[in-house]
Write a protein that binds this ligand. Structure first.
Ligand code: GDP
Ligand code: IMO
Ligand code: MG
Length: 430
């Protein structure tokens, strides 16, 4: 059996979508295990750019069966929009190809309203959430009052939705936000339920059977290690397990599935973050604009889901080493190497200075990073455009040196390097 787990090693937007698409060419199942439409995963195939929020990024390959796992929170309105876009592009999203766990949770307009109202209430200390209702949906799940996909099959689903809206209204009232009419939400979700029914399944059972019969299952993380609810820069995190072990609980797989799993961490060649929270290697002004891009190119650093400008900085080797440990990464896929072409000097954070000491491990994980000062190592850059290169040996010596240094800091090899957003713009390190 073959399980491949692909997770973000930073604060999300590492290029997971395009790496999943690359691996999906050789896989049978493509599965999302956490988060919801706070994710935005881009896959570029020629002139077509797919921005996927809920549907796994392997879907573009015709042999793939796509799974939305029990660890996810699903807004059916976004899901239908995405299904329509794929259908229009000639990609099947039939019930045989798109399977949704009965145990995944629903996101409703009440969750979205609560997410926004809570952010307003936080004022200057807001988290910078995507406003998609992620936190409130996981809160309901943990409070054991959430709505699962299986509820859509119940005869009293409309009543359950109505109760949920009434309950949420109480919180909205306390927050001074507008309340919702239960009637229209019941009606809308009744229609969603009718359309989703044929997709709802015990996906854990289906994945187990697939692995037992030698099929390849690709588990796709959303967000990144540093946004994990337990291991991220708490409280500036998302509400789910974004790390590799989350693939097991979020898909209903046992530890035996992990035994021979290929665990791949996607790492941007520099560092980005969208939303609030610490970012020790952040850069500003002209250098920030250079790394972010001005927004002219589709790959410039503006959020796929919210359009917000991403904060940018130098690659943080201390946090990368942490991500390797927490996820059990066995290899790295480094993306956006092409963006660094033309920079004379590159910096890598190799340690932190704190209380007069130099540390390469954090005493309490990455939560309280404000007091840590990065220690940088400077490396020479390269001027050559690398976007047309496909072989390791063709890469400029300075680029290979930079990648080798990343691998040494991380303690695991760099196996893939992407040098542009398109499907074939990949260099495999033999
Ligand atoms: P994800 O959330 O991890 O899937 O990443 P996003 O899709 O949110 O953001 C990554 C962005 O970088 C997208 O616009 C990708 O098309 C683009 N991208 C991915 N790999 C590369 C690369 O190697 N070079 C360039 N220039 N763009 C890339
Ligand atoms: P992908 O899968 C980058 C960030 C938000 C905010 C924090 C909490 O495309 O990498 P939430 O709406 O989840 O409650 O917001 O997490 N965030 C992401 N940042 N990429 C993402 O997804 C993200 N999903 C959430 O900006 O700081
Ligand atoms: Mg993204």
């Amino acid at each position: 059996m073959t399980l491949q787990v692909i997770v973000g090693a930073q604060w999300g937007d590492e290029g997971k979508g395009r790496i999943v698409d690359w691996f999906a060419a050789q896989a049978n199942f493509s599965a999302r295990f956490n988060g919801g439409d706070n994710a935005g995963h881009t896959v570029t195939v020629g002139k077509r750019i797919f921005k996927l929020h809920l549907i796994p990024s392997g879907i573009i390959h015709p042999q793939i069966v796509a799974i939305l796992g029990n660890g996810m929170v699903i807004n059916p309105a976004t899901l239908f929009e995405e299904m329509d876009i794929l259908r229009q592009a000639g990609i099947s999203v039939s019930p045989e190809r798109l399977r949704i766990s009965f145990a995944a949770h629903l996101i409703t307009p009440a969750h979205q309203a609560l997410d926004k109202a809570l952010e307003v209430a936080r004022g200057r200390g807001n988290l910078g959430t995507t406003g998609r209702g992620i936190g409130p949906a996981y809160t309901d799940k943990a409070s054991r009052r959430g709505l699962r996909l299986a509820d859509m099959l119940a005869v009293d689903f409309c009543e359950r939705i109505g109760n949920h809206v009434t309950e949420a209204n109480r919180s909205l009232r306390m927050l001074g936000a507008a309340e919702l009419e239960p009637g229209p939400v019941c009606e809308q979700f009744g229609e969603f339920a009718r359309r989703l029914k044929p997709h709802i399944a015990d996906t854990a059972l289906e994945l187990h059977a697939a692995l037992q019969t030698g099929k390849t299952v690709l588990a796709e993380g959303a967000q990144g290690t540093l946004l994990d609810i337990d291991f991220g820069t708490y409280p500036f995190v998302t509400s789910s397990s974004t790390t590799a072990p989350g693939a097991l609980t979020g898909l209903g797989l046992g530890l035996d599935a992990a035994r021979e799993a290929r665990v791949i961490g996607v790492v941007k060649a520099f560092q980005t973050r969208v939303g609030s929270g610490p970012f020790p290697t952040e850069v500003f002004e002209a250098l920030a604009l250079r790394l972010r891009g001005s927004g002219e190119n589709p790959w410039d650093e503006y959020g796929t889901t919210t359009g917000r400008a991403r904060r940018v900085g130098w690659l943080d080797g201390v946090l990368l080493k942490y991500a390797v440990r927490i996820n059990g990464l066995r290899e790295l896929a480094v993306t956006k190497l092409d963006i660094l072409s033309g920079l004379e000097n590159l910096r890598l954070c190799t340690a932190y200075r704190h209380d007069g000491k130099v540390l390469t491990d954090l005493p309490f994980g990455p939560a309280e990073l404000e007091a840590f000062e990065p220690v940088y190592e400077d490396l020479p850059g390269w001027s050559e455009d690398v976007s047309a290169l496909r072989e390791w040996g063709q890469l400029p010596a300075a680029a290979r040196n930079y990648l080798d240094r990343i691998a040494r800091l991380a303690g695991v090899p760099v196996r893939l390097v992407s040098v542009g957003p398109e499907r074939e713009q990949v260099v495999v390190h033999s």
